[in-house]
Design a protein around this ligand. Structure first.
Ligand code: NAD
Length: 466
């Protein structure tokens, strides 16, 4: 299957059309926004099997993972906005601070931003395309969506479905690779929401700066799981196993590596092997619960990580098959070379380095010596240890005693910090991200004599005292 790229020459007209629609006010009425959201819900409801199939064709994504992470979450987000949009849209009334504003209406309006560009990544090609789109529609913007060209089947399907459900004058899709995206980024948007790697994140932010356009950058990095010595190791292994091998490890919030006290290393290695077998059977290649690597480039990169390392022993997995882009759930312990890519680069595949450290303090030190992760996972019973780790580390988000669950709780803001991203979205945070909080003060035209007395020049001695 091939994805037809948008002609570079057409792109400026598409963007100009979206500005024109926004300026016409078409997307502002709440009724219009809700109507578009309902249609998007219908798209998901009526095309579920096609969407699941496209994800299977791109990533051999297990049906349960597609239904849960790619379809159920956007549906829930649409219902959330349909329920709350009236309330969110009311100006927020604030108490005036000074007597001089006592009779004024002091409010924060939440106005649409204008034309929003959303750039998605290939690993959750529906969720990462739809969740920001839902927030941007609810907020009253017009939107240009640039799906990842790497998840071809899903991009082709969404490109054909979207115009059948959404108003084409307000929401458009542009497809392409680097030349098309580069052209897009030369144009002016009112906000850009980009999901993907940090190298391209910098390109996006540099382009946005030329127009002083605000950005939300949803990036990646190495999310650690710190394990304390007071937890049930099999429970931890199950939860790490889930958060590592979901979508074949191609999850921005997946566990990248484990930091564990030396005394618990061997029990953990035995436990995670048990979890792998329980989840995927003796031969994970034949499991329908285990996805595949998206593209040859990523397959070669990951196999290189396993084969070119100079230290460390393979505790589980290690097998691979290029014809299917299959890499077995792999666990590697004892990597000694600190410059090993497994320890320095985001893995984004089914390989789990397990690093033994002296204790939780050493784990905190290890994490703090590196880029700020998107998520930090911690397994501990003692509230003293939990608070110590939370108080002494930085990350976009945290889940204690599980993996990945903070990003499916749509009431929590989702986003990185430092190298893992700028800004956040999901739920009410999406509302704030895709609207402008407009400071509004409405005065009365009466009581001019009071203004003359307290505000205007020439200033009296009494005014100076104030
Ligand atoms: P990708 O290759 O699909 O790229 C993302 C987008 O950037 C695409 O739309 C692509 O067309 C565009 N792009 C690529 N090269 C470009 C260039 N030179 N100029 C302009 N645009 C360009 O996805 P990826 O970057 O491989 O995604 C994986 C990364 O994304 C990982 O680091 C992962 O952690 C991160 N990620 C983060 C989140 C999050 O929500 N924080 C979610 C998913 C993935």
């Amino acid at each position: 299957m091939t994805l037809e790229y948008t002609s570079v020459d057409e792109i400026p007209d598409i963007v100009a059309g979206l500005h024109k629609t926004f300026n016409s006010g078409l997307t502002k009425p709440l009724k219009y926004r809700k109507d578009q959201l309902r249609r998007l819900y219908d798209l998901l409801e009526e095309n579920e099997s096609l969407l699941v199939k496209a994800l299977y064709d791109d990533l051999r994504k297990p049906e349960a993972e597609s239904l849960c992470a790619e379809i159920a979450l956007p549906k829930e987000e649409i219902l959330f906005f349909l329920k709350n949009l009236d309330e969110f849209s009311k100006p927020e009334k604030l108490k005036p601070r000074f007597m001089v504003s006592a009779l004024d209406k002091v409010q924060v309006r939440h106005d649409p931003l204008g034309v929003v560009l959303i750039m998605g990544a290939w690993n959750y090609p529906i969720q990462l395309f739809l969740l920001p789109l839902i927030g941007a529609i609810a907020a009253g913007n017009t939107v240009l969506i640039k799906p990842s060209e790497i998840a071809v089947h899903t991009a082709v399907l969404l490109t054909s479905l979207l115009p059948r459900y959404l108003d084409q004058s307000s929401y458009r899709v542009v497809n392409g690779g680097v030349p098309e995206t580069t052209r897009l980024l030369e144009l002016r948007f009112d906000h850009i929401c980009y999901t993907g790697n940090g190298v391209v994140g910098k390109i996006v932010m540099t382009a946005a700066a030329k127009h002083l356009t605000s950005v939300t950058l949803e990036l990646g990095g190495k999310s650690p799981a710190i394990i304390a010595d007071d937890v049930d190791i099999q429970v931890v292994a199950n939860r790490v196993c889930f958060g590592k091998y979901y979508n074949c490890g191609q999850t921005c919030v997946g566990v990248d590596y484990v930091l564990i006290p030396e005394s618990k290393l061997e029990p953990f290695l035995a436990a995670i092997q048990k979890s792998i077998t329980n989840f995927f059977g003796e031969n994970p290649k034949s499991s329908d619960a285990f996805a595949r690597i998206i593209a040859d480039r990523h397959f070669s990169r990951l196999v290189g990580m396993i084969e070119n390392r100079t230290s460390g022993r393979i505790v589980a997995g290690g097998q691979h098959d290029k014809t299917e882009r299959y890499i077995a759930p792999t666990v590697i312990a004892g990597i000694e070379d600190e410059k090993d890519p497994l320890l320095t680069e985001e893995i984004f595949g089914p390989i789990l380095p397990v690093i033994a450290v002296k204790d939780v303090d050493a784990a905190i030190k290890y994490v703090n010596a590196r880029d700020t992760p998107l998520v930090l996972y911690l397994f501990a019973k003692s509230s003293k240890i939990i608070n110590k780790v939370l108080d002494n580390t930085r990350s976009g988000g945290v889940t204690v005693n599980d993996t990945m669950m903070n990003c499916q709780e749509l009431n929590l803001p989702f986003g990185g910090a430092g190298a893992s991203g700028i800004g956040s979205y999901h739920g009410h945070t999406s509302w704030l991200t895709f609207t402008h909080s407009r400071a509004t003060l409405i005065r009365d035209l009466s009581l001019e004599s009071a203004q003359v007395m307290i505000k205007y020049p020439p200033y009296s001695a009494k005014q100076i005292q104030v």
